[in-house]
Design a protein around this ligand. Structure first.
Ligand code: UT7
Length: 335
């Protein structure tokens, strides 16, 4: 058996900064409401005409991660791409990245697990590496939310939260099984699928509706979220995923060197921090600058925490996510 080690990290966010003030010119909202309820001050949105998409942003983040791993695109054995905002209904963004980066004909897999997408992808990559099947796997989380949000007051409870961006990691085979990914933990509860969803495009909300006259009251193409319901489940499931990961490895909360929670809402991260008695140096948040970037939030935050020197050799790093599905999970790493 081998162990999977993160050997490279990279991120990319669009240049365009969208402040809460700017949003308040589009819909009835305010900087005060957004900051108080979510912690978000600004987010990045793709600039029209920039050519940025989930696939291209993912490719930019991936290029950095591959370089930092000291590898070339030809060393990558497998691509995993997590997104809820793919460029196309099909095929997935993984093959697009392969094309953009001119990679060889290795396998490419898209993961549709929303905010938990990166955690799921890391777990999949870990299984392939541990068993010896692959040596270097590129894992990407990337989202282009802004093109699909309801920017009227009707959609404000969701639209103010989401941001665009991408993060990537290279996982590589290591013979030192005392370090790297120690364990991963995945869960889902499909009965809550409709509490956080975009129904269209789908077979039910696709050809028939597109062919019909565009109905301004049709919200099936916009994200819907039962916010308070999701919030309550988030705080519970985040905590459970972390406890499960710690217990599996005989660790205590005090052993955590760095917790990178999916950046869903600063209040959720603060709740989790308090519950586990973690100090500010043990948790990394950057939702204030980027909003909720769904599958990209953990790799963007992990990259930034690492770039700032906040993750040190031998640290226990915990990644935890919760989101639509519902899906949730954690990754426990010894750096
Ligand atoms: O990333 C995947 C997982 N996602 C999450 O975990 C997110 C979980 N949920 C949340 O983060 C929060 O529920 C939200 C940030 C989405 C909403 O915050 P909330 O404190 O739950 O607010 P609410 O939905 O209960 O709305 C409170 C009030 C309502 O007005 P009334 O009915 O009290 O008059 C809303 O209409 O705030 C109103 N409101 C807004 N006001 C100004 C909702 N959105 C806005 C807005 N600006 N953007």
């Amino acid at each position: 058996m081998y162990s999977s080690k993160i050997t490279g990290l990279g991120s990319y966010v669009p240049d365009r900064v969208v402040t809460n003030e700017e949003l308040s010119t589009l819909m009835e909202t305010s900087d005060e409401w957004i900051q108080e309820r979510t912690g978000i001050k600004e987010r990045r949105w793709v600039d029209e005409g920039s050519g940025d998409t989930s696939a291209t942003m993912g490719a930019k983040a991936a290029k950095i991660a591959i370089e930092r791993a000291g590898l070339t695109k030809d060393d990558i054995d497998f691509i995993i791409f997590a997104t809820l905002s793919p460029d196309m209904y099909f095929p997935g963004c993984g093959v697009q990245v392969q094309d953009i980066l001119e990679m060889p004909t290795v396998g490419a897999l898209d993961v549709r697990n929303q905010c938990s997408g990166f955690v799921y992808s890391m777990s999949i990559a870990d299984q392939f590496i541990k068993t010896g099947m692959y040596k270097n796997i590129l894992v990407i989380g990337s989202e282009y939310h802004s093109g699909g949000l309801d920017l009227t007051t009707r959609g404000r409870s969701v639209s103010v939260i989401f941001g665009d961006g991408a993060g990537a990691a290279v996982l590589s085979r290591s013979e030192d099984t005392t370090k790297g990914i120690l364990s991963t933990h995945l869960h889902s509860e499909g009965k809550h699928a409709k509490e956080l969803t975009v129904e269209g495009p789908s077979i039910a909300h696709w050809v028939p509706e597109i062919l019909e006259e565009n109905d301004p009251n049709d919200t099936s193409y916009y994200p819907y979220m039962n916010g308070t319901f999701v919030f309550k489940h988030a705080v519970l499931r985040f905590s459970q995923a972390i406890i499960e990961g710690l217990k599996t490895n005989n660790l205590e909360a005090s052993d955590i060197g760095m917790l990178i929670p999916h950046q869903a809402n600063l209040r959720i991260s603060q709740f989790v921090q308090k519950k586990f008695g973690l100090n500010d140096d043990q948790v990394f948040n950057n939702i204030q600058k980027y909003g909720n970037t769904t599958a990209a939030s953990i790799p963007i935050a992990l990259t930034e925490a690492w770039e700032k020197g906040k993750i040190k050799d031998d640290d226990i790093v915990v990644l935890a996510a919760f989101g639509s599905g519902f899906t949730w999970g954690s990754v426990i790493i010894k750096w």
